[in-house]
Structure formats: structure tokens, C-alpha cells
Write a protein that binds this ligand. Structure first.
Ligand code: BJ8
Length: 430
């Protein structure tokens, strides 16, 4: 992928069955939004971030053409919607895994009549993109893998299966139980069997181990980007860091490793030279809650236009994506490696589990590590697991002496005024 290449992607989109009129409308809005949020309102960004600007600028172009080529060469394309579907297994079987969560209400028109009104924005958006034929990644997918996390998603898979082959992995509900681990390992084995059938390939321990090492390398580099945000002054904005995580869900892992390496080197240099994106002493915010898929930059944008900076996200597009790294990979057989994978994933504290006390501990630890002045508990409307946890976390964090602000919102801009006022008041009080 080169940053100077410009191509006409229309023939490819037509071949994929994309609704060109709607897609044009989408692509007419996205660059403007990106320019306003990322280019015009930020200064002193790291140079290496230019790669991520380019990726968003060509969001349905080069990467789609790469995937299309890989598909023509026999690779299978797998769409996923949750961290709990292990990328390392997909790539070990020579598949390409693509995160398909949606972050805009642009696509809701296509899913509204198929879902109850009280469905969260992320599900409405993701389904709308697929069903409305406006997402080439979805169009390209040979298989969608769902999971049994929240109720909204469980029912979404039943709708989606009318449009694409869907396979549902069962994720345990009480993940600390001994049998949860056994169940999850069995689910991983069933997933492997499903993918082996789809690809006609047999998983080997060597391929699995090498894929685990590769994905782990990518996660470790994202973790280093986050590590740099502990500095004062912060060398990269919350908006840019969020973009880095969002792109990691669908870009080629090897290219990510290369580009993240360059970014991390630059961030190290910036810290040594004292170069930051905000003044020293600017208010530092930790955001915790539901994932933020592209182009959901709403809260970050509001916070960071107020001389404050988001220093970390306790979300699945944040620390939950890369924390709990594999220690030294000791396993040699598939069974041993699957145990390591299961232990890593069952260490992720998503609100869909009960009990989920680990999340409170994570937030308190992260607030300390990133020297956050306050925490924004961010939830999408109608997301019961995260809304419920936000209420109890609010009390617990206050008890621990950490100021909090509870925000429940969606992808529209209708509440922007109100959020502006509330966030401003919160920052003033810190
Ligand atoms: S591991 S957070 S990616 S389930 S916002 S769809 S929970 S109603 S996205 Fe998630 Fe996996 Fe958990 Fe992470 Fe449901 Fe809530 Fe909507 Fe959500």
C-alpha cells in the first residue's frame, strides 16, 4: 500500500454489490468529518500518524483490493464483532479476520425495521452496514462469527444469518468458574473445526504458535503507544491513539507491526525531547466503557477541544484489546496453546460477564498508571451490561477518590451541546 496511489475503486465496489448511491453519500461525509476532527482541530501530531490518516482517507479502497486479491487466491475472509473471537486462530488457518463493528448512525436506515428500537447504536450500525450493502468488508466476508456476549448481539446473529453465513461461538457468562475455562477451550476447538472445514486446511501447532506470536507482537506495539501516553506532556492525542486501535481491527497485522514500530520510535523521541500535543499539566482523562468503532470519535473530540487530553481507554478499542499479553509462549501442542489462548481471553473484563469485579480493579489501576485526573464512564444507550456497571462503578470510583462523569449517549450529534456543557463542567471541577 503506498500513500501516493490513487485508484478508481468503483468497478470493485460494483462487483461486490455495493449500493453505490448510499456508499457515495457515506464517502462524501466521512472525509469532512475526519478533516474537522483530526486535521483542523489538532496540532503538533506525530509525523508517523500520517499513515493512519491515509488508511481512513482510503477506507474502502486499497485494503479492500488487498483482501479481494487474497480471497481470489483462496483465503477466507472472516467478519467478527468481538474481542473474544481470537484473531490468532483465524490467521493461523490462513484466514483474514476483520472487525466489523460500526461507529456511525448513517447505516441505521437499513437495520431499523429488523431490530427493536432499544438496541444499542453499535449493533444497529454494524447490521445496517451489512444489510444495506454499504460495507465492502462485510460484502467480502465468507463467514461472520458472532458470540454469546450481550442479548442484543445474540439476537442480531439471528437477523444476520438471513444475509450471510453466521457461526456463533458460545462465550461463558460466569468466566471465573472452572467449567467456563473448559467450555471456552471446547468452543475454541469447535471454531477450529468450523474454520478447517471452511478452508479445507488443517491447523498445526506450528502455525498456531507463529500466529499467536505475530498477533502478540502487534498488541505489544499498541501497548507501547499507550505506554507513551503516561508521559506529561502526552506525545500523542487520545484521538490519534484511538484511531490506531480502531485501524488495528482490520488492517494487515504485518503492516501494522511495521507502522506501529515507526510510531513507537517517534513517540519515544518525542518524550525524550519533551514534545507533547497539549501543555504540561493539561487535565488527563481516562475513558472507560463500550468500544468505539470508526468513526465514533465523539467523546474524544469534545474532551480534546477543551485543553484536556484522553490518556487511555479502558474499552475493547483500548486497553482490553492488548492487555493480558502472552507471557513466554511455552506450549508446543495445539491443546497446550489453546489453554494459553483461553487464559488470555478469559482475563478480559467485559461487562457481559458476571461477576465482573476485575473491571473495577482495572479502572482504578489504569487511572493510577496513567495519572488520570478523572474518569468518564462512557456507555451507549440501551447497552444494559455497561450501563448497569457504570452506575456501580461511579460509586466505587468516587469511594476510591477518583472523580467520575457518567455519559450515556449514541452516535447522533443531538446531545453534543449538552455533552459539551457537562464535560466542560467536569473538567473545571478537577
Ligand atoms: S468483549 S465489550 S467487543 S461484547 S455496546 S453490542 S455489549 S449492547 S460491544 Fe463488546 Fe466483546 Fe464485550 Fe468487548 Fe452489546 Fe453493549 Fe452494544 Fe456492545
Amino acid at each position: 500500500m503506498t500513500q501516493t496511489e490513487k485508484s478508481d475503486w468503483y468497478p470493485m465496489w460494483k462487483e461486490l454489490g455495493i449500493d453505490i448511491e448510499k456508499h457515495d453519500q457515506l464517502l462524501a461525509v466521512l472525509p469532512e468529518v475526519f478533516k474537522e476532527i483530526y486535521i483542523d482541530s489538532q496540532k503538533n501530531r506525530p509525523e508517523a500518524i500520517g499513515f493512519w490518516d491515509f488508511v481512513v482517507g482510503d477506507i474502502h479502497g486499497i485494503r479492500i483490493s488487498e483482501i479481494k486479491k487474497a480471497k481470489e487466491e483462496g483465503k477466507k475472509i472472516i467478519g467478527t464483532f468481538c474481542l473474544y473471537v481470537p484473531d490468532e486462530i483465524l490467521f493461523a488457518l490462513d484466514c483474514i479476520g476483520i472487525g466489523l463493528c460500526g461507529g456511525t448512525n448513517f447505516s441505521n436506515y437499513a437495520s431499523e425495521s429488523l431490530l427493536p428500537t432499544n438496541t444499542c447504536a453499535l449493533i444497529k450500525s454494524a447490521l445496517g452496514f451489512g444489510i444495506g450493502n454499504i460495507c465492502p468488508y462485510f460484502a467480502m466476508a465468507d463467514l461472520l462469527i458472532g458470540e454469546t456476549t450481550c442479548d442484543g448481539k445474540k439476537k442480531a446473529w439471528e437477523v444476520l444469518k438471513e444475509y450471510k453465513p453466521v457461526y456463533v461461538m458460545e462465550t461463558p457468562q460466569c468466566k471465573t468458574r472452572l467449567q467456563a475455562r473448559t467450555l471456552f477451550i471446547q468452543e475454541l476447538k469447535d471454531l477450529i473445526a468450523k474454520l478447517e472445514y471452511l478452508t479445507g486446511k488443517k491447523l498445526t501447532a506450528e502455525a498456531l504458535k507463529s500466529s499467536m506470536e505475530n498477533i502478540s507482537k502487534k498488541r505489544a506495539l499498541i501497548s507501547k503507544v499507550y505506554e507513551s501516553r503516561k508521559a506529561d506532556s502526552v506525545p500523542i492525542s487520545g484521538k490519534d491513539s484511538l484511531l490506531v486501535s480502531q485501524v488495528a481491527f482490520y488492517d494487515d497485522p504485518d503492516r501494522q507491526i511495521e507502522m506501529l514500530g515507526k510510531l513507537v520510535d517517534e513517540l519515544d523521541q518525542r518524550i525524550k525531547q519533551g514534545i507533547g500535543v497539549v501543555e504540561k499539566g493539561a487535565k488527563r482523562i481516562l475513558v472507560s466503557g463500550t468500544p468505539m468503532a470508526i468513526p465514533n470519535w465523539k467523546i474524544h473530540h469534545i474532551v480534546e477541544t477543551k485543553n484536556a487530553v484522553i490518556v487511555a481507554e479502558e474499552t475493547c478499542t483500548g486497553t482490553r484489546y492488548f492487555e493480558s499479553q502472552y507471557e513466554e509462549l511455552k506450549g508446543e501442542t495445539i491443546d497446550e496453546l489453546l489453554e494459553i489462548i483461553a487464559d488470555r481471553y478469559l482475563g478480559i473484563n467485559c461487562a457481559c460477564f458476571t461477576p465482573n469485579d476485575g473491571r473495577k480493579e482495572d479502572i482504578i489501576r489504569l487511572a493510577k498508571e496513567y495519572k488520570a485526573d478523572g474518569v468518564i464512564l462512557y456507555t451507549l444507550n440501551f447497552c444494559q451490561p455497561y450501563e448497569a456497571e457504570a452506575i456501580s462503578l461511579d460509586k466505587e470510583l468516587k469511594k476510591a477518590g477518583i472523580p467520575t462523569l457518567l455519559i450515556t449517549t449514541d452516535y447522533s450529534s443531538e446531545d453534543n451541546e449538552q455533552l459539551n456543557t457537562r464535560i466542560e463542567a467536569f473538567l473545571e471541577m478537577l
